[in-house]
Write a protein that binds this ligand. Structure first.
Ligand SMILES: Cc1cc2nc3c(=O)[nH]c(=O)nc-3n(C[C@H](O)[C@H](O)[C@H](O)COP(=O)(O)OP(=O)(O)OC[C@H]3O[C@@H](n4cnc5c(N)ncnc54)[C@H](O)[C@@H]3O)c2cc1C
Length: 319
């Protein structure tokens, strides 16, 4: 029977959304192949959390003071012998900073294949077929893992979290870990500064790029966003210039957003920007350059000066 290990992530006493998404993906694979899903939970005092991994058949809990907070050294030291012993058909990590950290190290240590950036997983003729979103979402790569053991990292948002939350309480088993001689120590968690708005939750985003020209002109974007009931976000150069806080940046190294309306003003549409907004329900782009790549992802495009368009829109909205 194939065994699918899912490495759970948690922060401040709560399992992450991506843990449930990954668990749901493993459940679907196990159901298709008659396999078993095993949640793996590392931490300290985390027994209660284990029961929440409902889509798992069983959960292995490694409880140790050194695992209370994530450190690559302690987590890897706990996981390596566990994976070595069980040889799961597939170990699923999340494509997060933590998941990528662990998966890369463990794949090298165990000499197991690792496929990263997965947003599709299916069983086919005994193989596991994965789809990975690479080059900033421009290319989809299909890979086959003909036989186990193997590893994947699963992209956030690729699978519904509900599938990981559904099911009966899993069987919980405690595993012992030996973590002597660790050299890495967790010191302190730095949380991002409280922000006035969370752009990932906004239905309407007015996003500005270098075409906005100066910090003073942001006021116009702010007025337009208010009139539309939305918030202002930006491309990276605007944030790098210090005109808006980092939490307002959309893109590869910023936030992924999916609003009902994404109004892009003076944004060229570089792949790193598009990666963060291409799944918006309605994209309207305003750019003076008819060849700007933003028009490739926009549902509606306006080749015009953004200031003319913003002012005309404001006038209409204020009528
Ligand atoms: C590793 C890496 C990560 C990155 N991560 C991100 C990221 O997360 N987010 C991100 O945004 N970028 C990111 N970038 C940067 C990205 O490559 C681009 O440089 C950036 O997105 C360009 O921003 P922009 O479109 O505002 O500026 P530009 O590319 O300079 O485009 C400005 C646009 O405004 C138009 N314009 C000028 N004046 C007007 C006007 N008056 N009216 C209308 N249109 C006008 C121009 O025609 C032009 O198309 C990253 C780059 C790297 C290498």
């Amino acid at each position: 029977m194939s065994t699918y290990f899912v490495i759970a992530e948690h922060l401040q006493g709560a399992l992450t959304e991506t843990t449930f998404e990954t668990l749901g993906a493993a459940r679907a694979l196990a159901d298709a192949t008659g396999g078993e899903v095993v949640g793996v939970l590392l931490g300290h005092g985390v027994q209660d959390m284990a029961g929440q991994l409902a889509a798992a058949d069983r959960v292995l809990v490694a409880d140790h003071p050194a695992l209370e907070h994530f450190t690559p050294e302690a987590y890897n030291a706990a996981l390596e012998p566990l994976l070595q012993e069980h040889q799961p058909r597939l170990t699923l990590f999340q494509n997060t900073a933590i998941g990528m950290d662990l998966a890369a190290y463990l794949a090298a240590r165990l000499n197991w294949p690792l496929i990263a950036y997965c947003n599709g997983l299916r069983a086919e003729d005994g193989a596991i077929v994965t789809t990975s979103q690479i080059y900033g979402g421009k290319v989809f790569a299909e890979c086959r893992l003909p036989e186990g053991p193997g590893m994947v990292t699963v992209l956030a948002g690729a699978f519904p979290a509900e599938a990981g939350q559904a099911g009966d309480a899993p069987r919980v088993e405690t595993v012992s870990v030996s973590l002597d001689g660790l050299r890495t120590r967790f010191e302190e968690l730095h949380e991002p500064e409280a922000e006035d708005v969370d752009i990932t939750k906004a239905d309407v985003i007015v996003a500005v790029g270098r075409g906005i020209q100066s910090e003073d002109n942001l006021e116009l974007a702010e007025e337009l966003a208010q009139a539309l009931g939305g918030v202002v976000a930006a491309s990276r150069p605007i944030v790098d210039a210090g005109w808006l806080p980092r939490m307002r940046q959309v893109g590869k190294s910023g936030q992924k957003v999916k609003p009902k309306l994404y109004l892009a003003l003076g944004i060229s549409g570089a792949p790193e920007h598009v990666e963060g907004m291409k799944d918006s329900e309605l994209i309207i782009a305003v750019n003076t350059d008819p060849n700007a790549p933003i028009f490739d992802v926009a549902h509606y495009g306006v080749v015009a000066d953004l200031f003319d368009v913003a002012e005309a829109l404001l006038e209409r909205l204020e009528d």
